[in-house]
Design a protein around this ligand. Sequence first.
Ligand SMILES: *Cc1c(COP(=O)(O)O)cnc(C)c1O
Length: 392
Amino acid sequence: MTSEPTTASSSVPTSRLPERAAVVDLDAIRHNIGVLRKVAEPARVMAVVKADGYGHGAVPVARAALEAGASWLGVAHISEALGLRAAGIDAPILAWLHTPDSNFSAAVAAGIDLGCSGWELERIVAAAREQERPARVHLKIDTGLGRNGATPDRWDSLVGEAVEHQDEGLLRVVGVFSHLAVADEPSRPETDTQLGAFREAIALAEDAGCDLEVRHIANSPAIFSRPDAHFDLVRAGVSVYGLSPFEEQSSADLGLRPAMTVRATLSQVKRVPDRQGVSYGLLYRTRGASTLGLVPLGYADGVPRTSEAGPVRIAGETYPVVGRVAMDQIVVDLGPGADPDALAGAEAVLFGSGDDGGPTADDWARAAGTINYEIVTRISPRVPRVYIGEGA
Ligand SMILES: *Cc1c(COP(=O)(O)O)cnc(C)c1O
């Protein structure tokens, strides 16, 4: 798995990109799956492609991940899983977040595995009856996160009810799973407690007659920090996209390559006088005559309005955003020495692989007081996705 680092600008001539684009490197996705497989083996890898593949595009990412040896796909909603099936993807898919309005029948018909916390069980069984096809179910235990999953006091009865339906031929309990709360902070003790509760839940299900294909609890941080959490399958999300789940470790530290580059062509570059105010509220004023660069990306494109001094790379230099982020645009102060003619139509990169010393989603997360997960998932549909790498 040693492929050349690739940047958007070196792989696709800028002139062939749309004026605003989120460039997604499918070779980086494949590389990251290779890293994850190595770290997780002998456990297999589920590529989590919820939220449109963390903003990267669920279908192209899913295809690249499967090509690179991911065995499963994971999504939150049944609707997301149906989208993958509609695109012709027939790999195992698990969907785990439902409401009483979720279309369990469509899921069973499409052969989608369903997470089940308890309340869904009778609805899933009804869907299996209607479709005359046994549902494939992963029972979820809440080992401490306090979101979905059965609480431990309800586990015994949930397993009992599921096994009864399994004996009737209406479903198969193929998995037991849970989700970790603090795996990104490896020194915290709660992960041990969660793993203990998970092992107990598995033992109870197996004793009750569940012949489990997969037991799974690890998310990206646990894949790297807790080998004892790997079990049969790991659910990799943010790491598939080349981003680190840890505050203190970068993508490069983990051997991962960020897959998304968000960039645009500069809209205008102009000279302005001393004390020129910039953007709504005039919160920034130039100190001395200067040159302003206008980048046609704003909060409607997913640039956080609350960010401060987010970095933008132009012609090999990184500049902070000055003034407020507007709906459609941001401004950088290029300084008195910048040549408006030379920079007209230049490429502005908000974040990318970081290979060239340019800004990353981690830098934007710091500028916005959030996490890299949010930076990539919030890039809006107004920014066209462009795929590079083999098979793009
Ligand atoms: C989103 C999600 C994941 C992936 O988490 P990452 O930290 O992005 O790896 C795994 N499991 C569940 C249940 C999730 O909701």
